[in-house]
Ligand binder design. Structure first.
Ligand code: HT7
Ligand code: ZN
Length: 876
């Protein structure tokens, strides 16, 4: 159980040129069953006469080399958790050691595989998940991303139970056999690493369509889902076709096979998987229509379909040399999906949503026990590194490159990257080199973002000297030590900056005292930068606009100045940023003194909300966000220490109440005046209006009045968003509209994903732990299904502060129980749940100790590597 180090990378001495796999499934999935693999090896380092293949939980039945039974091998069980195996094959007795064929027959477990890795049963379907190290659960192999091989796969199974037999690439042949079985052979011409292998067998509903590529090729598109759910695939199909078109238009990237398939499965640890030509999805990220999914979930489906499709180039055609380079494909592909969403919907909205992920989740990760750079140096369990840091901060790093070199150069960089590396497994350095070479921009200093963890703090100080007519701006960056790294250096920070006058209007064409233009983009390359700006009047400075660098900004500004920017800035992102800062100030001031809500400053805050309400129709989607007073969970992310969750919750309740009292009538009036949304369509305007309506109605019904409007929102709804919003408002404001829930259950009794959404709302508003536990009794609940477990545990632990942080520690202990229970069969799931406990470091001593005690208890138990790695870091 030793951690792996990035510096340990060694290239392979042999390569597997082609891989032929033969699966023969029994009708009842007799357990274990056999797989035959035929591997064509080529030696890369002359003189080397042995190599080691990875395995896990496998039984070797036979081994041949060039058709002859081979005894010169050693099969060794590795110490530690799981049954990891090394199969070392010695070829010194072989005549031609440069080129030979190894044939392996082994058995593997499918029916009892609860890891959701390798090949497993998802309900009635058989499916695979090989990223990152799942292929070794199927057969012995170089299960690492730098071994690219051409795969041919034969699948044989019962025809009635498994009418569809799918794998990567193109269908070659298939036919019925006389024993009730049938077979299919698939060939993927693109060499790929084992983590991109996929296999699916089962009965499905299929939605078929096609796409004509820019060079005129027809690509068949097929999306598969559980029987009965085919009607809910149309949205995903439209997302796929738009993604294919967008990647051609924006990046010039065309799809390369004649067939693209996506399959939805019910048991899956993450959102989806980009296997070449055969994406496999968690059903929650694929299945949904206006009647079963919220606008937010449809948007997620759109994003995930796009993300996995974009991986075809950034991930599949060019992949990672080793798993330390994960951000090479993930950061870049998140950047691409964010751009897709921005171009498709609303750029500011998308930016705000991406920034919220960074500020509400990634910043905590980067200052907590599991802090790591986007390209980690040391890993015990690779599964633990599919993080918001690798993905979302990784995308911010790509975005900074884009900001520094511009769109045109970025596209040149992408072109060069593919020219140089198509069909290869490469590193983050290779990517940055392509960007630097194509643009001529020196990114040497910038590269520190790949190896340094932690969030930089940017101090912005300003001093106005009226007599000189000069505003002196001082930018200073402080990089605090993190759990994983004590020494830090200054990073390159691109800071998009906006200057406003005292009325909130933009001031442009500013010059420095030495006569240079003050650029819109200020690049801070060292600890400190001083800028002397010529101006007769003081200016309001808004920096890190659009979150141009993933940093925290500390700027000493008055409440009045924040209020000015929030109400008047000619830029929605700047307003969003100011509203967040203002909300945070309100929390701090009310925590310090409860009578703050009677102060002049609070009155100013209420005025800002009035202004926001008055402007909301301009962009309902964005204003719906601005009008939501920051939740306790999100404000918690801004605290560094001494966070008392129950005190924060009290402030939330008091301020929400005050906002409702001050603006309930105005919210109601606006609600009534809003334009009719019309028959359901999925677009930003409609989704924004639905969201805004919910925000307004929450304000207007806070004191229990106007319930009829909530009931009518539900009853008149032609979509799921309005229905679940009505249920949420009913619970949030205690309106007692029980009939809504009764109808909801009648309508949706068989829709598990809809019931997940309902469980999440209940878990958020449950009044006791008993109520939370009661949710596990719902007919759709399955304690082994990650979607079902997470639908309750995540909202409960993250958003239900009252129950989670009950002083008797019962909430915290419940999370621990669930970690231990799930760790026995699915360490990826349990490791996910542990994250819910890792914010202890910023809590008051009382809570910190409660959680640390529980983590020590966890540490004393038998744990998977996944959970152990996190618990050990927390207690280090
Ligand atoms: N590349 C995919 C990662 C993934 C995964 C990783 C570990 C365990 C299970 C997994 N399922 C999917 C998802 C993506 O980023 O596109
Ligand atoms: Zn991805």
């Amino acid at each position: 159980n030793k951690p792996l180090l990035r510096s340990d990378y060694r290239p392979l001495d042999f390569k597997i040129l082609t891989t032929e796999l033969d699966f023969n499934f029994d009708e009842n999935l007799a357990n274990p069953f056999t797989v035959t693999s035929k591997l064509h090896f080529q030696r890369l380092t002359s003189g080397v006469t042995s190599f080691t293949l990875d395995g896990q939980d496998l039984e070797l039945l036979s081994l041949k080399v060039n058709g002859t039974d081979w005894q010169d091998y050693q099969l060794e069980d590795l110490p530690g958790e799981g049954k990891f195996q090394n199969l070392t094959i010695d070829i010194s007795k072989l005549d031609n050691q440069d080129d030979f064929v190894v044939e392996i027959v082994n058995t593997l477990e499918v029916a009892n595989n609860k890891l959701l890795s390798g090949i497993y049963k998802a309900g009635e379907h058989i499916c695979s998940q090989c990223e990152s190290k799942g292929f070794r659960l199927i057969t012995f192999y170089f299960d690492r991303p730098d071994n690219l091989s051409v795969f041919t796969v034969k699948i044989t199974a019962d025809k009635t139970k498994y009418p569809y037999l799918l794998s990567n690439g193109n269908f070659v042949e298939g036919s019925e056999l006389d024993n009730g079985k049938h077979f299919a052979v698939w060939h993927d011409p693109f060499p790929k690493p084992s983590y991109l292998f996929a296999l699916v067998a089962g009965e499905f509903d299929v939605l078929e369509d096609h796409f004509i590529t820019k060079s005129g090729r027809k690509v068949d598109l097929k999306i598969f889902a559980e029987v009965g759910r085919g009607e809910q695939l149309h949205f995903a199909m439209s997302s796929l076709k738009r993604s294919m078109k967008w990647d051609e238009d924006r990046f010039g990237l065309e799809y390369d096979l004649d067939l693209f398939m996506i399959v939805a499965v019910s048991f899956f640890n993450m959102g989806a998987m980009e296997n070449k030509g055969l994406n496999i999805f968690n059903e929650s990220a694929l299945i949904g229509s206006k009647d079963t999914a919220t606008d937010a979930r449809l948007k997620r489906i759109d994003k995930v379909v796009a993300h996995e499709y974009f991986h075809n180039w950034t991930g599949d055609r060019v992949t990672c040399r080793d798993w330390f380079q994960l951000t090479l494909k993930e950061g870049l592909t998140v950047f691409r999906d964010q751009e897709f969403t921005s171009d498709t919907f609303d750029r500011t909205l998308e930016r705000i949503e991406s920034v919220e992920i960074m500020q509400n989740y990634q910043f905590d990760e980067d200052s907590g026990p599991t802090s790591h750079p986007i390209r980690p140096e040391k890993v015990l369990s690779q599964d633990n590194f599919y993080t918001v840091t690798v993905y979302d901060k990784g995308s911010e790093v790509i975005r900074m490159i884009h900001t520094l070199i511009g769109e045109e150069n970025f596209q040149k960089g992408m072109k060069l990257y593919f020219e140089r590396h198509d069909g290869q497994a490469v590193t983050c350095d290779d990517f940055v080199a392509a960007m630097a070479d194509a643009s001529g921009y020196n990114l040497d200093k910038f590269k520190l973002w790949y190896s340094q963890s932690g969030t930089p703090n940017l101090k912005v100080e300003q001093q106005f000297e009226a007599e000189r007519g000069v505003l002196t701006l001082t930018f200073t960056q402080v990089n605090n030590p993190t759990n994983d790294q004590k020494e830090k250096q200054p990073l390159v920070l691109p800071l998009r900056t906006l200057f406003l006058d005292q009325e909130g209007s933009p001031v442009v064409n500013l010059k420095t005292t030495s006569g240079e233009k003050v650029e819109e983009l200020i690049v801070l390359e060292s600890d400190k930068l001083v800028l002397e700006v010529v101006t007769a009047k003081p200016l309001v400075v808004v920096t890190n606009l659009d979150f141009s660098a993933p940093i925290k900004v500390e700027q000493d500004r008055s409440f009045a100045e924040l209020a000015l920017v929030a109400s008047k800035a000619p830029n929605e992102y700047a307003r969003y940023q100011a509203v967040q800062d203002l909300n945070y100030q309100v929390y701090l001031k009310t925590l310090a003194d409860a009578s703050f809500v009677e102060s002049q400053e609070f009155a100013l805050f209420l005025d800002v909300y009035k202004d926001l309400l008055d402007q909301a129709v301009v962009n309902p989607a964005v204003y719906a966000i601005l009008l939501r007073f920051t939740s306790p969970a999100n404000v918690a992310a801004r605290f560094k220490a001494d966070l008392d969750p129950l005190a924060v919750l009290e402030v939330y309740k008091t301020v929400s109440q005050a906002l409702a009292k001050a603006h309930g009538d105005r919210a109601l009036a606006l609600f009534k005046q809003l334009p009719e949304v019309g028959a359901y369509e999925f677009n930003v305007t409609q989704a924004g209006l639905r969201d805004l309506k919910a925000v307004l109605l929450t304000l207007a019904t806070k004191e229990g009045q106007h319930k009829d409007l909530v009931a009518s929102l539900y009853e008149k709804a032609d979509n799921f968003t309005d229905r679940i919003n009505a249920l949420r408002i009913n619970l949030a404001n205690n309106l007692g509209l029980d009939s809504l829930e009764q109808d909801f259950f009648k309508r949706y009794a068989d829709e598990v994903l809809v019931l997940d959404a309902y469980q999440s709302v209940r878990a958020t508003f449950a009044n006791s732990l008993a109520e939370v536990k009661e949710l596990t009794k719902l007919h759709s609940y399955d304690a082994q299904n990650p979607n079902r477990v997470r639908a309750i545990m995540t909202p409960f632990a993250m958003h239900n502060f009252a129950v989670m942080y009950n002083k008797d520690a019962s909430g915290i202990k419940y999370v621990v129980e669930e970690v231990l229970r799930t760790d026995k069969f699915n360490p990826q799931l349990s490791s996910n749940l542990v994250n819910l406990l890792l914010k202890f470091f910023k809590l008051t001593a009382e809570y910190r100790n409660l959680i640390l005690n529980e983590l020590s208890f966890l540490q004393s138990q038998t744990l998977s590597n996944n959970v152990k790695e996190k618990v050990d870091s927390a207690l280090e």
